[in-house]
Each structure stands twice: as structure tokens, then as C-alpha cells.
Write a protein of this length. Structure first.
Length: 299
């Protein structure tokens, strides 16, 4: 099971109730940060999300509200004795931007931090999950990311194994790992003793963007689409001019993509009608979630 913690859900500026953009995704083994706005580490402490378990950080784009929490977070990791390498992924030239960021403030960093530029259409496998990226429509180079968990073996057909005289033990574990092998002169094919595989979770994070047709295909059948909803519907023209999205536009993408759930985030202080219209929006898309700081979801 994966846990998603919304650390900051505001857009551009913080409010009393919403911090700067950041989301923590906890897989079975590690934590991935999706953006790292100002104040992220404090939100991690409050939500009991371990910053020492953060393995990778994805920065959607180089606007200050999405990455100014990085220097202090990384320095805190160092102060608490981190030794494990930290990887940062983002749009082109992020390596140069990170060098600039860490050249001020005299941070003390006693562990390896490596940055990687990723491109539109690129996909990287990390064992238990993969990350895929597409370029989105924003005022600076910006990426959306899809994180897909590895499929798990289906249910073990214990009755069938017992009928062959194979009792519970190490052999069952080998079958669950998908191995084929001989047992007492008999070929054991794992696929013959496993039900259909269980699909791994899929989460898509839009970053900042105008509504895009490409986002529909990119998030097709995802368990959760986390999409920005900066401007209210009545300011759709302003949203377009500033390369952002409204709630109704995000809902339309979610419906077309057939996602199981939609979480709206990056909510500007000017989007005052969002929560007031929540019930109306849920009539259009029942599994809609208006993200709030420190909210947790489980997939």
C-alpha cells in the first residue's frame, strides 16, 4: 500500500491554511517527494513523514514556490547524519539550477546529492516502481510525472499445489517470485499456479499546466490523478493567460482519462469558490478530492 501526504497545497503564495507545493509519496520501501516548496520539512515533521527516508525528489519546474524548500531540507538531512545518496529529478538544466541554489547560504552537505535532467517521454525504472515524464504547457519548462508500482503476483493456487503433494514451504515462495523449476522430476511453471497479477498503483502529478489533451492519455486509468486547479472557473481566461487550470477543466481531464480518483491541488488564494462548490463538483466527478495540507490518502 502507498501513502500520499499533501504537505503543501497552495499555489504561488502560502495562506493560513495552505503551504507551498509539496507532496510525499511513501511506497513500501522509501519516500518520493513531488516538489519541495518553502516550509516542506516542517510539514514533514508535523505529518510524521521521515525526511531521512526520502530517496528521490521530483521538481516539476523551476518556479520558486516549487523548490525553495530544498536547501534547508537537505541541510537538515546532513545535520542528522544522512549518508545515503539523494537523487533529484527535474526539467532540462536542473543540474545547473541546483548548483546555483546550493552556492548560496553556505549549506553543509556531507552526503551525495545528484541531479538528473529528464525529458518528454522519458521513462526510468527503479525496481519497485517506474517514473515516466511528459512536458506540460506552462510558462517555463515543466514536467508531469507518472509513478507506477510494479505489478504483484496473483493469488497462489494452494489447492492445486496440495493436489500435487507440494506442501507449504520455500517452493511456494519461489512460485510467488515467478520462477520456473523442476521439483521431483516435475516441471513447475509459476504461471500455472498463480492467479491474474495484481496491478500496481499508478499516480499522476500534473505540475503547473494549462489543460492538455496529452494529459488524458498520460493519466489513463490511473488510480489517482493529482492535478492543479489554480484559478476558479469564472477566471478561465486568466488561467489560460497564466498557464494554469480551473477545477472544471481538471475534472473534464479526469473523466476523459477514466481515473479512479482526482485530487485538486495548487489552489490559489483567489480560488475562494472551490470548497463552496465542492458538492456541485462531486456531482460531476464523485471521487473528487480537494486536497488540504496534511491530508493523507492510501492506495
Amino acid at each position: 500500500m502507498w501513502t500520499i501526504t499533501f504537505l503543501g497545497t497552495s499555489g504561488s503564495v502560502p495562506t493560513r491554511n495552505r503551504g507551498m507545493p509539496a507532496i510525499a509519496l511513501k511506497t513500501e520501501k522509501e519516500i518520493i517527494l513531488l516538489d519541495c516548496g518553502e516550509g516542506t520539512q516542517r510539514q514533514m515533521i508535523i505529518s510524521k513523514t521521515s525526511y531521512m527516508k526520502v530517496k528521490r525528489i521530483f521538481i516539476s519546474h523551476m518556479h520558486a514556490d516549487h523548490f525553495f524548500g530544498l536547501p534547508t531540507l537537505i541541510q537538515t538531512m546532513s545535520l542528522f547524519g544522512r549518508e545515503e545518496k539523494l537523487e533529484i529529478y527535474g526539467p532540462q538544466k536542473i543540474e545547473e539550477e541546483m548548483d546555483k541554489l546550493f552556492s548560496v547560504g553556505h549549506p553543509i552537505i556531507d552526503f551525495e546529492v545528484e541531479s538528473f535532467s529528464v525529458s518528454d517521454g522519458e521513462k526510468i525504472s527503479f525496481g519497485e516502481y517506474s517514473m515516466e515524464f511528459i512536458e506540460v504547457d506552462h510558462s517555463v519548462p515543466t514536467l508531469a510525472v507518472k509513478i507506477k508500482g510494479k505489478d504483484k503476483p496473483g493469488r497462489l493456487k494452494v489447492e492445486k499445489l496440495l493436489d500435487l503433494g507440494i506442501k507449504p514451504g520455500p517452493i511456494y515462495a519461489r512460485i510467488k517470485r515467478g520462477e520456473d523449476f523442476y521439483y521431483n522430476g516435475m516441471l513447475i511453471r509459476s504461471r500455472d499456479f498463480l492467479g491474474p497479477p495484481k496491478k500496481g498503483p499508478t499516480i499522476v502529478y500534473s505540475g503547473d499546466t494549462r489543460p492538455m489533451e496529452e494529459m488524458i492519455d498520460f493519466s489513463r486509468k490511473a488510480h489517482l490523478l493529482i492535478h492543479e486547479a489554480t484559478f476558479p472557473d469564472e477566471e478561465a481566461d486568466k488561467a489560460y493567460e497564466s498557464y494554469h487550470t480551473t477545477p472544471s477543466q481538471a475534472i473534464e481531464i479526469a473523466k476523459e482519462a477514466g481515473v479512479k480518483a482526482l485530487a485538486l491541488t495548487h489552489i490559489s488564494p483567489r480560488n475562494k469558490s472551490l470548497e463552496r462548490r465542492e458538492e456541485d463538483y462531486k456531482k460531476e466527478f464523485p471521487s473528487l478530492i480537494i486536497a488540504k495540507d496534511l491530508m493523507k490518502l492510501w492506495i
